[in-house]
Design a protein around this ligand. Structure first.
Ligand code: FMN
Length: 195
């Protein structure tokens, strides 16, 4: 398998919630948004727009609108581990046909380009949208779909196999995050074979 194939990158990318405090270059953030711009969109309506947040003064207020790692309440990053940038995905629901699908695809494009650039990322849906909208002056007509937190990784989560149906990620004694994934054989069916 080719080392940098899309498959290998998808396989090795993990959600990162703890970051180094190195700034993310602006051209990398723009490249991530450009990848989202070029991503598929239902009926090609392209209802999404993006707010890049990298102003040091905004990073903490934005962070405070997010809920991270719901299964691990004690896992919240410290101030010196917070994301160094955000891409906030906005949707114009007046024109969107498939807003949630479009936003998810855009978030994945951002995450994969970020990963290719050596960044870690976390897609977030648990967002205090009202508060974040106020912080970023988001106009009434646009809804906050998802937030992608970004930064150079300060942790290296690993994949596990789901055991006994338990999909909750967990921390080991060294603080390494383990992320269970369902087995391929448990989620794939060919043609009309019985479930
Ligand atoms: C649509 C979506 C919403 C998510 N929302 C959150 C969130 O609000 N907070 C969080 O910490 N992680 C969030 N995540 C990250 C997931 O928890 C993470 O993808 C999952 O645990 C699997 O880990 P992996 O990305 O390393 O494979 C979200 C992921 C997706 C795709």
């Amino acid at each position: 398998m080719e080392k940098n194939s899309v498959y290998m990158n998808i396989k090795s990318r993990r959600t990162v919630r703890k970051y180094l405090q190195t700034a993310v270059p602006e051209e990398v953030l723009l490249k991530c948004v450009d990848a989202a711009r070029l991503s598929p969109s239902g009926a090609n309506m392209q209802p999404l727009s993006y707010v890049i947040v990298n102003d040091q003064k905004l990073l903490k207020p934005v962070f405070n609108t997010l809920s991270l790692a719901g299964y691990l309440p004690d896992y919240r990053p410290k101030e010196e581990e917070m994301p160094k940038a955000y891409i906030v995905i906005l949707v114009d629901n007046k024109i969107a046909r498939t807003p949630n699908h479009d936003a998810g695809i855009a978030a994945m494009s951002i995450s994969m380009v970020a990963y290719d650039e050596g960044l870690g990322s976390c897609i977030l849906a648990s967002v205090d949208r009202k508060k974040l909208g106020e912080i970023l002056n988001v106009p009434e007509g646009l809804a906050i779909a998802l937030v992608v937190a970004l930064g150079y990784p300060a942790e290296n989560p690993v994949v596990e196999t789901v055991k006994d149906g338990d999909i909750k990620y967990w921390l080991d004694e060294n603080g390494v995050l383990h992320v269970p994934k369902r087995d391929l054989q448990d989620i794939v069916r060919w043609n009309n074979c019985p479930f």
